[in-house]
Design a binder for this molecule. Structure first.
Ligand code: COA
Ligand code: ZN
Length: 350
């Protein structure tokens, strides 16, 4: 049975079982029963998690290498604004990504607290060992959808990269470290173009089978659209549950917000984002920044999902990130807030 067929079976079962509790009308029940899966019914009081990746994905591709103290200050501003999930570093070859060479030095300078959740991105077993030794409770693994991308990014074929992830997941399990596997280039490869939806689905299945705690569906070059998001994720969510997934979006063609909402509509509540829209991958030509954290907060909050993050509080972080990288930054919502302020109005967010 394919992932789609299994998911359809489970979805049909769920839709029938939950008819009473969801108070489905017959029309909405019919919508549930139409493959490829109607939208999940959810209450608009849900919590959403935003994982700030600006310090890693945002800074790894900048011509300016931001100093360690400034990175720590940026992390503090983000935490002050309510951010509780951050990916501040990657443990990668300093020759490949010099901007991340201070990962071990930055780690003890980060804000501390039991409610703070840090992830380190790792490309291989050596990176895993460095992240473990630095005390990270969660690691982000990278598995791209094509040979070309894996070779450029990790110097491994797709099969080698998948096996490397399996070995790291096994090691992390033994060490009590949580794993999130990024399916990178899930919508398109920067070298080979569009990939079929079955490919990220199969790789996700394989990583869950290996024991990955979470999977992140990553549009690394910002080439996807909301329908593809649904086509990839709906069967996976039915199979594994929405709580197992993150989405990671780059806003290259302006569809990141629409794709985030498509995922939210399916029940996804975990999102990566980058302060001010910083971002890019040195091995993914054409990729621009991630979805701006402030725009994602606004999107989710305005639609009734709680993030715990204050957009106003993020403004200082955007200003520091812009100063440190010597480039203009900021999501769309900031311009609107400024225009409201110029008119003497209080911008109401969320
Ligand atoms: N962290 C730090 N150093 C590492 C490392 C890691 N995770 N993995 C390898 N190295 C070091 C090796 O020790 C070796 O150092 P040396 O030259 O001083 O002896 C050097 O890097 C080369 O090691 P090798 O195993 O031959 O790796 P490689 O040259 O084939 O490069 C990667 C492979 C994955 C390490 C490198 O391409 C990389 O770090 N890429 C970063 C990918 C990335 O972050 N992409 C963006 C995010 S998705
Ligand atoms: Zn990215």
């Amino acid at each position: 049975m394919t992932v789609g067929q299994r998911a359809w079976k489970r979805h049909a079962r769920l839709a029938v079982c939950s008819t009473r509790s969801l108070r489905c009308t017959s029309a909405t029940l019919m919508a549930h029963l139409q493959p490829p899966f109607g939208t999940t019914v959810f209450t608009m009081t849900d919590q959403a998690i935003i994982n700030e990746v600006g310090l890693r994905d945002g800074l790894q591709n900048q011509p300016v290498t931001v100093d360690t103290a400034t990175k720590a200050k940026l992390a503090q501003l983000l935490v002050d604004a309510g951010m509780r999930y951050l990916e501040p570093v990657s443990f990668v070859s300093p020759k490949a990504i010099p901007q991340m060479a201070d990962a071990a030095a930055l780690t003890p300078l980060l804000p501390q607290g039991n409610d703070l959740h840090y992830t380190a991105l790792i490309p291989n077993l050596k990176g895993y060992q460095l992240a473990r030794d630095a005390g990270y409770p969660t690691v982000g693994l990278v598995l791209s959808t094509t040979d070309s991308f894996n070779e450029r990014n990790l110097r491994m074929s797709l099969e080698q990269a998948a096996q490397s992830c399996e070995a790291i997941i096994a090691a992390a399990k033994a060490d009590g470290i949580a794993t999130r596997t990024y399916i990178s280039g899930a919508f398109a490869c920067p070298y080979d173009g569009p990939v079929p939806v079955t490919l990220p689905q199969k790789l996700s299945e394989r990583m869950f089978a290996a024991g990955s705690d979470e999977v992140a569906i990553a549009d690394t070059i910002g080439a996807g659209n909301p329908q593809q998001m649904k086509d990839i994720m709906a069967p996976l969510i039915q199979e594994f549950g929405a709580e197992k997934f993150y989405v990671h979006l780059h806003d290259t063609r302006g569809l990141a917000a629409a794709m985030a909402w498509a995922a939210a509509d399916l029940g996804v509540r975990r999102f990566d984002a980058s302060i001010g829209g910083l971002g890019g991958c040195p091995f993914a030509p054409g990729a621009t920044g991630n979805m701006a954290t402030e725009d994602l907060v606004y999107l989710l909050e305005s639609a009734g999902l709680k993030t715990g993050i204050d957009v106003q509080g993020l403004r200082e972080a955007v200003a520091l990130a812009a100063e440190a990288t010597q480039r203009p930054l900021g999501g769309r919502i900031l311009g609107w807030i400024e225009s409201q302020e110029k008119q003497g109005k209080t911008a109401c967010i969320g």
